[in-house]
Design a protein around this ligand. Sequence first.
Ligand SMILES: *Cc1c(COP(=O)(O)O)cnc(C)c1O
Ligand SMILES: [Zn+2]
Length: 385
Amino acid sequence: MFVTGLRCLRCGRRYPAELRAYLCEACGEGVAGGDPGILDVEYDYDGAARRFATFDGARDDLFRYLPVLPVGEPGPGLPAGGTPLIPAPRLAARLGLRALYIKDETRNPTRCLKDRATAIAVAIAESLGRREVYCASAGNAAISLAGFAAHLGWPCHVFVPSYASRVRLDWLRRYGADVRVSAGDYDQAFAEAEAAGREHGWYSRNCAYNPFLVEGKKTAALEIADQLGGRAPDWVVAPVGDGCTLGAIGKGFREARRLGRLDALPRLLGVQAEAVRPLVDRHRGESPSGDVAAATTRAHSIAVRRPRNALRLLGELDASEGRMVAAPDDAIAEAQRLLAEEAGIVAEFTSAATLAGLIRLRDEMPLDGRTAVLVVTGGRLDEEG
Ligand SMILES: *Cc1c(COP(=O)(O)O)cnc(C)c1O
Ligand SMILES: [Zn+2]
């Protein structure tokens, strides 16, 4: 392993590379709604680069990036990552882009990018001998964890919000998970999950808590860099909930550059639903708009009112001169239709926010002749489609 240590994104304190660590001891959960002390994994990149030069990465899954992962060997779960980057020429022409690509994360074992984080969680849990796992989730992370746990025969506890769709609950039960439906929203399910996880000593698959999981998600960016032959696109777009996914992708691109696999840093574009947009407001330095508590969106996978990995995301947005935009549900629905009809990609509602966000960005600045990648994070349809 080339991990050199852990650093708190809030206070900068450093910790030794200890696989049991979760949050910063000094910052903890954060006070009075402030940001929690999420840790970031640091590596010896020179050592990792030398390892890549001779590394037999003859694997199709994310463990081909083992030298920049916090595990000594591939984990025992389902094969995550290694998803295709698909050109979408009809959509590119519609938007006036030179090229538009779809990173098709619906091809993961449980049809979602979340499997990349789960693969790391399972690998570490296995190495620690802690084969009982849990998470909080609007659905996808829970389904991912439940799928991997089913594959391995591990007990799995998932905490979902009251509005988790019947389709998602059905997937969870098919995988045989212990499903706990909260009376409240995702934020409440998250609190319940962490309390139970601590009490029982289960291993956490909460990305905005366990620092090692974003290391799995960042492999989406490492793959994009390699799939484009080391030539950076102008924009990379992802939906934003807690901020782990796009924050991880930003880290992945910085690492790809550091390792000599990418010629420039793409700009990150984060998209939230108009109704639940705390990170759009925060990035733009605006106070929260509207009646936040009452607002709803069908983009359940990003309906996070109290994002826990904001510092990571904001840091990556700064590093890449990135942007945040909000898209209303009707624009997301239209984008979902366009992705299917003009690219042949069935995205779940949340993931269609990427295209809606890119169209929104084009209203703010010209995109003619640019290149962009939409990270289509998941492909699960709920009963409402
Ligand atoms: C979880 C999720 C996201 C957002 O990820 P965060 O890490 O919470 O920002 C986006 N799309 C889908 C489909 C998801 O399940
Ligand atoms: Zn700290």
